[in-house]
Design a protein around this ligand. Structure first.
Ligand code: NAD
Length: 264
């Protein structure tokens, strides 16, 4: 049976590839993006998120089978926390009632291996409290110190999102409603987001030092899209709150083999 997917960031990169693969399989896709999508909306603002959810639900006919949240930015600007964290979590809060009507509702979001990088703990806590004003205040303080410190907003947004997924996945609203909620954490994906950085040997060396990818190097968007599609398919019945590092081995290179002894 055809399923209806809402895909954010559907106009470019991972989101566009995911939407295209789903359409090739005969699924229905309602894309959300700033431009070039069924629903053109700005996920950096509360009004944009509400408007996007209302219009996507309408276009879907009231019931949504899956949401795949790819929209994101990596710039060292305050809006990065708004789009990458609140543009996912608040949008999902608005879309959840339409998911509950599906016989097999699923959600997958895109975090990043950057969730493992240095970040602002204060900003992560503010985001997890749902305090966008405070998260933006901290982001403004960081970005005012230049792009190097300002970059901290991106890993903070992705760590907060990964933690939100783990926290929410087992609650009555998600697990209790039969909705698997999971995240994918990519390494360096070849999309417009990274094209500029990877253009020069210096840029490539900087990226590769921060994101070691011993398995097959930089990855095509299909490597993430196919996993997002599995996570939101009917076959995924029991995966809850996982942050899957699909990253050419970056997570293992950085964290090593022992992620268990925290409980010894
Ligand atoms: P991309 O720039 O190709 O696509 C991102 C899309 O999000 C664009 O179409 C853009 O218009 C949309 N978007 C941005 N701000 C928006 C807003 N305010 N409202 C609505 N839509 C908005 O980038 P991509 O590489 O495909 O990234 C997709 C996701 O993957 C992002 O969340 C990104 O952080 C994450 N990610 C990417 C990489 C990588 O190496 N490319 C690595 C890890 C994680």
């Amino acid at each position: 049976m055809t399923r209806t997917y809402v895909v954010t960031g559907s106009a470019s990169g991972i989101g566009a590839t995911t939407a295209a693969l789903l359409r090739d399989r005969g699924e229905r896709v309602v894309g959300i993006d700033l431009r070039g999508a069924e629903v053109e909306a700005d996920l950096s603002t509360p009004d944009g998120r509400r408007d996007a959810a209302v219009r996507a639900t309408e276009l879907a006919g009231g019931t949504i089978d899956a949401v795949i949240a790819c929209a994101g930015i990596s710039a060292p600007i305050p809006a990065t926390i708004s789009v990458n964290f609140f543009g996912v979590t608040e949008l999902l809060d608005h879309l959840r009632p339409a998911l509950v009507g599906s016989p097999a509702p699923r959600v997958a979001v895109v975090s990043s291996m950057a969730s493992l990088q240095p970040h602002s703990g204060e900003m992560v806590e503010a985001a997890l409290r749902g305090d966008e004003t405070e998260a933006l205040r901290i982001a403004e303080e960081l970005t005012a110190q230049g792009p190097e410190v300002g970059y901290l907003v991106y890993p903070s947004s992705k760590r907060a999102l990964a933690r939100w997924v783990r926290r929410q996945s087992i609650t009555p609203e998600w697990a209790g409603a039969g909705i698997p909620l999971n995240a994918v954490a990519p390494g360096t994906v070849l999309t417009p987001m990274t094209a500029g950085l990877l253009e020069t040997p210096e840029g490539r060396a900087m990226v590769d030092a921060a994101v070691p990818m011993p398995l097959n190097g930089h990855q095509p968007p299909e490597s993430i899209a196919n996993l997002l599609i599995w996570l939101t398919g009917v076959e995924n019945t029991h995966m809850a709150g996982q942050v899957i590092y699909d990253d050419g081995g970056a997570d293992v290179s950085l964290r090593g083999d022992d992620i268990w002894s925290w409980n010894d």
